[in-house]
Design a protein around this ligand. Sequence first.
Ligand SMILES: [Zn+2]
Length: 473
Amino acid sequence: MPTFVAMKWTFSSTHQANMANAVLRSDASAFASSDIRETLEARAQRGVKGWLHQAQGAQDHFARTLESGASPEARAHAGRKAGVELAGLLAKSKISRISLDAGDHNFDVAEGLALAAYRYTRLLSKKAKDAWTLEELEVVGLSDAEAKRLHVLITAVSEARDLINTPVLDLTAEDLANRAVELGKTHGFKVTVLNQAKIESLKMGGLLGVNKGSLDPATFSILEYAPANAVNSAPYVLVGKGVVYDTGGLSLKPSNFMDTMKCDMSGAAAVIGTLCAVAGQGLPVHVIGLIPATDNRPGGNAITPGDVITISDGTTVEVLNTDAEGRLILADALHYAKKYKPQLVIDLATLTGAAARAIGPNATVAMGNASREVWDKLQASAASTHERLVEFPFWDEYNDLLKSEIADLKNIGGAEAGAITAGKFLEHFTDYPYVHLDIAGPAFLDSPWGYYGKGGTGVGVRLLTNFLSQVSS
Ligand SMILES: [Zn+2]
């Protein structure tokens, strides 16, 4: 597996003379050039915001003002949006190297620019590859610590997006596990991969059941970052759904619902990306990532609607729809998490169409039984990163919808409250404070949204890195 993150970052105290440059200030009066100052002021009077693009000889200059914003969160979001807008202009003019000086907004503008400039180019032929990529981003005046934090964060998000965008032909469950091992070596966390035989010996009936229709073996990856200076004795455990391709199994999806299903491992990608960021930034926090992975196919002895499987904790599950497979593999992982006596477990999964239908790509559907204190911290991180969370109810009445005549549970709850019954199913396998994040809406985009173009977004990486930074500071 190649590494796909191509952009070169440089950080300096002054602009390089031979590069296009972009300068952003809170107020037009802060620009030294009277020409730029007056042009920006005249545009502002006409209500025109956005970047001013001037080509002086062979060099392109971009200038823009940005008001301070009502809150730190609004200010950060506006900064990132200005970066996204700049990426659009650079792409249009095919400018591949840019020197950015956004003063106090440096981190946010550079973050938005880098997120929006992401391209998955590995499978393009040479000619198409030449279309446009941002090859070099120089940020002027960012402190060394902030520069490192930003670089690590964007790299981690890009790694997650690369994994999501890679088709299953190049990303089987074993490839996903191998890539986690490689990234662990690069970023400084430990990865142990349980193979099919080990998964069988642990009687992970959910993961094995979903894997029955596949030619490729399942994997179960355990990622661990345990720095000596960790502030927590009980670890945070992150669980990511790693369905590397979801055909629906025998409950086969219609073709038009299947064509983006390489993204069904976005939860796993978010966990791997978060470990990259947390370890890369050296946060003093003990974190474990668990990734059950397989494809979901209708071949061979694929489980049938009506089969009953036994999860590793002994719970029997009547499988009434083989397309509700994510919860089956997550059940084994959530049970496995108990042995760590974690202080909190958060799972991320592209779990239900119901979550995507409820709120679209605008936010993640969240639910769980963790304390209000945990939720407040998560919501603070959600606001800071603009990876927003909408809390759904988690009442026990929903458990009634999961009762089976012949087994302990059934794997679908019916037409109503589908995102919540999936969450309640998962809760059955927990004995610790628990948060479930259904990222089915924002994980993979059919059209550009927010800071992202089409394809995998890596949603969850920025949110959880912020959260783990908050709880470890
Ligand atoms: Zn499915």
